[in-house]
Design a protein. Structure first.
Ligand SMILES: *Cc1c(COP(=O)(O)O)cnc(C)c1O
Length: 431
């Protein structure tokens, strides 16, 4: 029976039976797993039996996290990794093996856009920062024969831009390429990209998905619906000896794992050989965090909306970016696609000198001042100088990150304590 979202976030991927009837998923702190016998060892290597071999490529605690997030995303499969950056890197390598181009949104996390410009090209993968990400008809003209995928963020970090993912997915599919969505800020509670046409979803599970600011983790999920046989992605149809059947005949990822070719190839090629494995301890903390995903995101969305309204009415604020505000340019998309709220992230323009802005940040008492997001505690940061400090002035302008932007990630505190903290910091900055 298919349970609903709130049941799945506490139950999916785990049955006490088979785990000594432990109600809470155990932490399997083991590097390796005994073979039952020689036949079992043979079966594991020809994929005729499922099981665990070695914790770099699979671990029962990590598997609970993978299955749980796959269920929440409506995905055919998932793979957990040691960080969000590992998830992004492996997803990009996996889709553009041998080189190619990725068409990407200009509205990205700084840790993504910097290596997209600087490091991936050294591996033969170049990124085109779309001029028309908000206009799918024009976006189509930016796809070249070398384009291997489109990469976007559902709610962008830091300026909370929303995109018409359904329309972008349609454009991608018309050209036989997959759409990869970084759904870190939204989490599956607010937005399930696969339901809107995405083929691959990546997460920093460090952020709101797990929500307590106590681990670094990442995930990739896949829809299981993309057609990898078009000719653009030969590695999925190529026969490998490592995927051989019982008779020793080489097989392809699509032969052996037709429902989960993408995440399995990430597991057996990239996780296996590049090695960014998630520890079972961190997987356990992630599972625990996801148990309260819905309540956290609902409260954070409510707090963020009130903070956005407070800031919009403040004469020391030149703009507020929050899709849940009626005058936001993204309000129509928000109403269409985000029935559960607009999330905890918002940004505003500080209307004062740099010196006043620094006084304001130094005067903040309750908000934490650092680079994370999605924590149970509220966070504030001057993104252009920190989280997006890799970008030069021109790149920040392209990414729509004005120099006076301040990013807030709303936590679970009492809203009047949060607004009072901003109020006293504004007062100190301007007296
Ligand atoms: C933080 C973040 C990442 C990177 O994740 P890590 O877990 O820190 O490696 C990727 N994308 C977005 C949108 C993020 O906010």
């Amino acid at each position: 029976m298919a349970y609903n979202f709130d049941t799945q976030r506490v139950r999916a991927g785990y049955e006490p039976e088979g785990h000594k009837y432990a109600v809470s998923p155990p932490i399997y702190a083991t590097a390796s797993f005994d073979f039952r016998d020689v036949e079992n060892s043979r079966n594991l290597f020809n994929f005729s039996e499922a099981g665990f071999l070695y914790s770099r490529i699979g671990n029962p605690t990590v598997a609970v996290l993978e299955e749980r997030v796959a269920a929440l995303d409506g995905a055919s499969g998932a793979i957990a990794l040691a960080s969000g950056m590992a998830a992004i890197t492996y997803a990009i390598f996996n889709v553009a093996e041998g080189g190619g181009r990725i068409l990407t949104s200009p509205y990205l996390y700084g840790g993504s856009s910097d290596p997209f410009r600087k490091i991936f090209p050294r591996f033969g993968i170049s990124f085109d920062f779309a001029k028309n990400i908000g206009n799918p008809e024009l976006l189509e003209k930016e796809i070249t024969p070398e384009t291997k995928a489109i990469f976007v963020e559902s709610i962008s970090n830091p300026n909370t831009t929303l995109l018409d993912i359904d329309a972008i997915a349609a454009v991608a599919h018309k050209h036989g390429i997959p759409l990869i969505v970084d759904n870190t800020v939204a989490t599956p509670y607010l937005y399930r990209p696969i339901e809107h046409g995405a083929d691959i979803v990546v997460y920093s599970a460090t952020k709101g998905l797990t929500g307590h600011g106590n681990i670094i983790a990442g995930l990739i999920t896949e829809s299981g619906k993309f057609d990898w046989k078009s000719g653009k992605f030969p590695v999925f149809s190529e026969k490998y000896y490592t995927l051989r059947d019982k008779e020793g005949t080489p097989r392809s990822y699509l032969d052996v794992f037709p429902q989960i070719p993408f995440t399995t190839k990430v597991r057996l090629d990239y996780l296996n050989y590049f090695g960014a494995a998630l520890s079972p301890f961190d997987a356990y903390l992630a599972i625990l965090g996801i148990e309260t995903l819905s309540e956290r995101l609902a409260k954070q969305s409510a707090n963020a909306l009130k903070l956005a309204e407070y800031l919009a009415a403040n004469k020391r604020v030149s703009f507020v970016r929050y899709p849940g505000l009626e005058k936001s340019p993204d309000y129509a998309l928000y109403k269409r696609d985000y029935p559960n709220g607009a999330g905890g992230l918002l940004a505003f323009g500080f209307d004062g000198t740099d010196e006043q802005k620094e006084k304001f940040l130094n005067a903040i008492e309750l908000f934490h001042f650092h680079v994370n997001i999605g924590d149970a505690r509220s966070l504030i940061v001057n993104s252009p100088q920190t989280t997006h400090g890799e970008l030069n002035a021109e790149q920040q302008a392209e990414a729509d990150i004005p120099a006076n932007l301040i990013r807030i990630s709303a936590g679970l505190e009492d809203i009047s304590d949060l607004t009072a903290d901003l109020e006293q910091a504004f007062a100190k900055a301007f007296n």
